[in-house]
Ligand binder design. Structure first.
Ligand SMILES: Nc1ncnc2c1ncn2[C@@H]1O[C@H](COP(=O)(O)O)[C@@H](OP(=O)(O)O)[C@H]1O
Ligand SMILES: [Mg+2]
Ligand SMILES: [Mg+2]
Ligand SMILES: [Mg+2]
Length: 361
């Protein structure tokens, strides 16, 4: 297989893998004052900051000219009052960067025991994620911990990285440390990485580098679903998606199974390996704009697994408008056959809702 983005793919997988090891280890040690509340009231932890520093450092070494659109910035880590938080981030990031080279990693990637960075270098690395995005050129987008609320609950979360070229996602890598390797065995081993390169398919690979080198990758294709086999994949957080609307759509689609609620882009990963059949995210009506890092890696994964992803009106997701998806309204992802039925059901559900509202007045 001749890959167009072979180096990008290897480096992105290594970066996500090291960030997954970091976040898994930090979870067990997290203490109360290591979580902050951002201006938008959402949580951020030392895990988010240090994972962003690690991924940005790794990308910066091999692709120094590539800008990065990352979720976090270092403002809350700088200054005297944040000294203990900052020290913790430095400790965690350096632990991840200086771990011995793993199978497949290269000396020139700047990893391994002699590669510790200073606090200043790490803060600057976090801030390399401040690129505003846009329509042209190469750029990466990073969500160091997607589903921070799931992470804090000990449930699903994901380390998500994508490469965009002229606003088109070319490569997506999603690490899910808490996702069961085999969906048929939910209490079995956990931790997997999902990789999709445009034109080259979607794969699940082991989270461990040595197991991955042993060749345990699995090609993923979304299967066909009969209506009675479908279940909606949706957010756990009510503030992120209008779940009452999802219920209406499920009813119109003839879905009888209860929804599967899961945090983060792990939902896209579940979808591409044949779980649920529909990803549905409807805006709650607060004017929130979806962020590109919350959907870019998932979108290429879905498309490479033979699926379709659009907003809830059937419009393509536009990754070229900056850090957000702009006017895109919600997200629908599914296999080709199911997707068009979902868009139709969303339309009917909107009409029903409007009628209900009018009658209620
Ligand atoms: N009002 C809102 N509507 C939709 N998404 C929101 C939202 N507020 C926050 N989010 C996003 O929802 C993401 C989690 O997705 P999900 O609901 O599928 O688990 C969060 O990612 P982070 O956890 O990285 O901040 C955050 O970016
Ligand atoms: Mg966040
Ligand atoms: Mg996110
Ligand atoms: Mg995040």
């Amino acid at each position: 297989m001749s890959l167009t983005y072979s180096t990008e793919r290897q480096v992105a997988i290594a970066a996500v893998r090291r960030a997954c090891a970091l976040t898994s280890s930090v979870f067990n040690k997290l203490v109360r004052n290591e979580t902050l509340t951002k201006d938008d009231k959402s949580p951020v932890t030392v895990g988010d900051f240090s994972a962003q520093a690690v991924v940005n450092i790794i990308l910066g070494r091999t692709f120094p000219k590539d800008p990065i659109v990352g979720e976090e910035d270092s403002a809350d880590l700088r200054g005297d009052s944040s000294a203990s938080l900052r020290e913790r981030v430095v400790e965690l990031a350096n632990e991840a960067l200086t771990a011995p080279l793993q199978t497949g990693e290269k000396e020139q990637w700047g990893l391994g025991p002699s590669n510790a960075r200073t606090a200043e270098e790490l803060m600057d690395a976090v801030d390399r994620g401040n690129y505003p995005g846009g329509r042209t050129g190469r750029m990466w987008t990073l969500d160091p911990i997607d589903g921070t609320k799931g992470f804090l609950r000990g449930e699903q979360y994901a380390v998500c990285l994508a490469l965009l070229v002229d606003a088109r996602v070319q490569l997506g890598v999603i690490g899910c440390p808490n996702l069961p390797v085999d969906p048929a065995n939910p209490s079995g081993a956990r931790g997997c990485i999902f990789v999709a390169e445009r034109g080259h398919g979607a794969y699940q690979i082991p989270v461990s580098a040595s197991e991955a080198a042993a060749g345990a990758e699995r090609r993923l294709v979304i299967p066909s679903f009969a209506p009675d086999q479908l279940s909606l994949l949706e957010s756990v957080e009510k503030a992120h998606s209008k779940l009452s609307f999802n219920e209406r759509v499920a009813h119109l689609l003839g879905v009888t199974r209860p929804p599967t609620r899961m945090d983060s882009q792990a939902k896209y990963c579940a979808l591409v390996r044949g779980e649920g059949g529909v990803y549905l995210r409807m805006p709650t009506g607060t004017g929130y704009k979806e962020k590109i890092w919350d959907h870019a890696p998932g979108s290429v994964l879905v498309e490479e697994a033979g699926g379709v992803i659009t907003d809830s009106r059937g419009e393509p997701l536009d990754f070229g408008l900056g850090r957000t998806l702009g006017e895109n309204y919600g997200v629908v992802a599914a296999g080709r056959d199911v997707h068009s039925r979902v868009i139709e059901a969303v339309k009917r559900a909107k009409e029903e809702e409007a009628k209900g509202d009018a009658q209620g007045q």
